[in-house]
Design a binder for this molecule. Structure first.
Ligand code: CO
Length: 166
């Protein structure tokens, strides 16, 4: 009987943080149950907000539930409600905004996904403790009076993720 080759994928109890330090277990931040509770919104970068709203209304009968300019992010957004979630149409308000840069580089398209969480600070700490790269080190105000934090797309399969606490 030969010695069985060790399957590296069985060794999933060894995890490392961003600095290569091993973690004993996935840190759950003391949270009970799943961290993500719902899809809050799917955000789509557009060049012309009114034209995009018209397209969604004419194509799907979707109407604007909330519209807001977030000057600190350099965006104007329109939220179209779909059941308990939103389609968020996102247009830049100036050339320096991250959405303006995104549009210049990639053109209109899917920009990020907002996942609803019960506690943004606890969810962000849990994500950071597992070694993921984040854009916001601390939660900050989002639109609609929400509290939000972004996780870097390179850290989670190429998708920019926003944690959203209502
Ligand atoms: Co968002």
């Amino acid at each position: 009987m030969g010695v069985q080759a060790k399957n590296p994928f069985e060794n999933d109890d060894i995890r490392e943080d961003a600095d290569g330090q091993p973690l004993d277990e996935a840190y759950d931040g003391g949270l009970e149950g799943p961290i993500l509770t719902e899809i809050d919104h799917v955000a789509i970068a557009v060049t012309d907000l009114d034209a995009a709203i018209d397209d969604y209304r004419e194509t799907f009968g979707a109407t604007v539930d909330h519209r807001e300019t977030v000057e600190s992010d350099g965006v104007e957004e329109a939220l179209l409600k779909v059941a308990e979630s939103y389609i968020q149409l996102l247009a830049p308000t100036n050339d320096d905004s991250p959405v303006a840069k995104y549009l210049a580089k990639k053109g209109p398209g899917l920009h990020h996904i907002g996942y609803r969480v019960a506690d943004c600070a606890a969810a962000l700490e849990a994500v950071k403790a597992q070694g993921h790269r984040v854009i916001d080190e601390k939660p900050r105000p989002g639109s609609r009076g929400t509290t939000v934090a972004f996780i870097h797309p390179k850290s989670l399969h190429g998708v920019l993720i926003e944690l959203v606490q209502e």
